[in-house]
Design a protein around this ligand. Sequence first.
Ligand SMILES: C[S@@+](CC[C@H](N)C(=O)[O-])C[C@H]1O[C@@H](n2cnc3c(N)ncnc32)[C@H](O)[C@@H]1O
Length: 190
Amino acid sequence: MLIEGVGRREIPKVKDDHEANLLAEMLVVRPGDKVFEIGVENRWALHDVLEGEAGCELWTNNIIDQHPRPSERFVFGDFSRADDLPAAYFDRVIDVSALHHFGAGIDTDADVRAAAQVARILKPGGEWFLSFNNFGPEYRPWNGPPDYDGCRTYNWREFERRIVQPHFVVVERELHPVGGNTFTCRLRKP
Ligand SMILES: C[S@@+](CC[C@H](N)C(=O)[O-])C[C@H]1O[C@@H](n2cnc3c(N)ncnc32)[C@H](O)[C@@H]1O
């Protein structure tokens, strides 16, 4: 992770979790940023640096209870319907392997709504760092049974059409030949 004005910080690697490790490398924050993590599971090493040295205000979310630690503000529920979150409040949104699970195979546009929600809660110039572990080449609206373990497969065309073009510009994107097709992306709200 790069903390602007401070320097690059190594986040302890999560064993066999290429995606989280790669997204942590791409992440850029500024001291004091307000950071929101969607679909959080207990990734304490990253949170330690965000809340510690970077001095960020951390909010986290999941549709299932994740027993957050007291320092973070946990927003329980479907992020795509979290309409009471403050508008234009956050500098950064982080999303490790969450968006493509949204909707559980039933609510097919939950990802599109979630992208609009990210755009709403980010300040202008704010950035969304997100990753998937199963990118392209064919778009598949859903893999597996309709539950939270299933997920979409995006290809670039559908990811751009559903998620990027309505709200964001691409700052950086990378497809990594590890752990399947791991995709990391940095989007900015203009
Ligand atoms: C593959 S897990 C990734 C979890 C975590 N980000 C990580 O990297 O370990 C997907 C997560 O998204 C959460 N999720 C699914 N739909 C959601 C929704 N509509 N709103 C918020 N979280 C959701 C699931 O409960 C699950 O914890």
